[in-house]
Design a protein around this ligand. Structure first.
Ligand code: PEP
Ligand code: MG
Length: 588
């Protein structure tokens, strides 16, 4: 029975709506036969295996080059891991030995060894090794195809516009798909930072991930609606749903066209109050998107993505290359590099940190960096070196007290001295700021402002810590409310404390990207908004449509409200209908 008009909820990974036919990937199993070889055939079999290895290597090198040019060098890095697998003695030498010893055909032996290796890796508690299981699977599938000539699920062969439905997408699958033919993605596993999610955002394709068992309920060719903004997938939608989403899609497209025209405009209110709208980036190549949407610099570069999905740690030179490239590409604007914010929901297996009961309240952000000072100093030196090549500011995440800020600054001074001894140039006036994302930091903003050149309010965490509502737990999502009077009071207090000490105050949490909140945030006195690149034009537009004096009055009225429902009603009454993205204000 075909599923009809059924809605599935997943993780919104890449915004936008697409409507099209499902194309299931990864469902086809290779049929490999076991054949006994004669003594004379054994050497021929070796040559056949070697030819398949050579052909696979060539394929991977070609993909690596293409991805490097089209998507970015850090995405292309993944293919080095693939090339290593092709040389791995546990796979290749073991296969050759077994073919000789057992006189059984190469594809059968290869598949058996791969099954064992994948099984071991999958069961490993190490996240890195679990991910390697997917890589081995992908490389062995290519080897088998080259050995047998059997077709694979090759996205590059897709002829019609399709929505790819997969358990997970390997880097080589996403890289070889024909971009113009694939209009969206869904995957059963993964979160916002999974490879497929990152790739979908880079390609600007709507995507929903973490859909659990969607591949089991979708049939090839079924009609799908993928709403990557809300994280919804509809299978075989009825006419009413199709009409609703087509309408929403058209509105979004009209909007995007209109907003793209705003690329070069400044964020200035009608009465001449100038603000900055910058972009948040997660991968170095996101700078291109930031520029495309007219961001005035990078307000938050989340550097932890350099550290994830790998076995080793990025060294000083590697980090320096990335930071200086981003800083150069962002000129004439500033790049704010946030130091490592691992912990919480982003773990690094390499550090061997033990599992914590409450990771969000544990060794996260600056705490982890102060506990692993060598690791931190490598990053500090890399940022300092890059500061010679662009306009860089640095900021620390998860600061809870002034002592942490002082310790972090002391380590920065040590890093400066070390570079001085090496006669390496860096910007001696690089600004140092901190993220205000804990209630303790917000309440002591007056003290912290004396130690800081700027503040950036991280509302994603500030809300979860203030309201004791886990930001990734859907069961308490109804409590996670940016319009709670506690949150607005903290924001006001932080802005005032910053301004009293003559430092600027920005916001890089998701609240800054909500167009319904722009007039209020302007009225509360924010100096900078930093949002995902695609949200930049709309926030600029929102700022250009308001009067600073009126925003201040609005903020006064809002601060006098006693409930978030009253605040929401007040803000909604001011909004025009033109909203591109759903507001993050909960629907009551
Ligand atoms: C925040 O907490 O608001 C923030 C911007 O940081 P992250 O989302 O990376 O925790
Ligand atoms: Mg945060």
């Amino acid at each position: 029975m075909e599923t009809v008009n059924k809605e599935y909820l997943g993780v919104p990974a890449s915004p936008g709506i697409c409507i099209g036919k499902a194309y299931l990937v990864g469902s086809r199993e290779f049929q490999v036969k076991k054949t006994k070889l004669t003594e004379a055939q054994v050497e021929k079999e070796m040559a056949r295996l070697q030819a398949a290895i050579d052909a696979t290597r060539k394929e991977i090198q070609t993909i690596k080059q293409r991805v490097g040019q089209e998507v970015g060098f850090s995405e292309a890095e993944i293919f080095n891991a693939y090339l290593h697998i092709l040389q791995d003695p546990l796979l290749i030498q073991a296969a050759m030995d077994q073919i000789r010893a057992s006189r059984i055909n190469a594809e059968y032996i290869l598949q058996e060894i791969a099954k064992q290796l994948i099984g071991q890796f999958k069961d490993s508690p190490d996240e890195y090794l679990q991910e390697r299981a997917t890589d081995i699977n992908d490389v062995v599938a290519r080897l088998l195809r080259n050995l047998t000539g059997q077709p694979m699920d090759l996205l590059s062969e897709v002829e019609d516009d399709v929505i790819v439905v997969a358990k997970d997408l390997t880097p080589s699958q996403t890289a070889t798909m024909r971009r113009e033919r694939v209009i969206g993605f869904t995957t059963d596993i993964g979160g916002k930072t999974s490879h497929a999610a990152i790739m979908a955002r880079s390609l600007e394709l709507p995507a929903v991930v973490g859909l659990k068992n969607l591949t089991e309920v979708v049939q090839n060719g079924s009609t799908l609606i993928v709403d990557g903004t809300a994280g919804i997938v509809l299978i075989n939608p009825n006419g009413q749903m199709l009409a609703k989403y087509r309408h929403a899609q058209q509105r979004m497209e009209q909007w995007s066209r209109k907003l793209k025209k705003l690329k070069g405009v400044t964020a200035v209110t009608k009465d001449g109050y100038r603000l900055t709208v910058a972009a948040n980036i997660e991968l170095p190549e996101d700078v291109r998107q930031a520029r495309k949407y007219g961001a005035e610099g990078i307000g938050l570069f989340r550097t932890e993505f350099l550290f994830l999905n790998r076995r080793d740690l990025p060294g000083e030179d590697e980090q320096f290359e990335v930071y200086q490239m981003v800083a150069r590409q962002s000129l004439p604007y500033t790049t704010i590099i946030r130091t490592l914010d691992l912990g919480g929901d982003k773990f690094l297996s390499r550090l061997g940190t033990t599992t914590e009961m409450n990771p969000f309240l544990g060794l996260r952000g600056i705490r982890l960096c102060l506990a692993h000072q060598d690791l931190f100093k490598v990053q500090l030196r890399a940022v300092l070196r890059a500061s010679h090549f662009g306009k860089i500011k640095i900021m620390f995440p998860m600061v809870s007290c002034v002592e942490e800020m002082r310790q972090a600054k002391a380590l920065l001074r040590e890093a400066q001295k070390e570079l001085g001894r090496r006669r390496v140039l860096y910007d001696r006036n690089m600004e140092v700021g901190l993220m205000i994302e804990l209630p303790s930091a917000a309440m002591t903003a007056d003290i912290l402002a004396r130690e800081s050149n700027f503040f950036s309010i991280g509302t994603n965490d500030l809300i979860q810590y203030t309201l004791a509502a886990d930001r990734i737990n859907e069961k308490v999502a109804y409590l996670y409310n940016p319009l709670h009077p506690a949150i607005l009071r903290l924001i006001r207090q932080v802005v005032q404390a910053g301004h009293n000490e003559r430092i600027w105050v920005g916001m890089c949490g998701e609240m800054a990207a909500d167009p319904q909140l722009t007039p209020l945030l302007v009225g509360l006195g924010l100096d900078e908004f930093s949002t995902g690149p695609a949200f930049v034009p709309q926030i600029k537009k929102g700022i250009r449509e308001v009067n600073f004096a009126e925003c201040r009055e609005l903020a006064e009225k809002v601060m006098a409200c006693t409930t978030s429902a009253d605040i929401e009603a007040l803000l909604k009454s001011l909004m025009k209908n033109e909203v591109l993205h759903d507001s993050i204000i909960p629907k009551t």
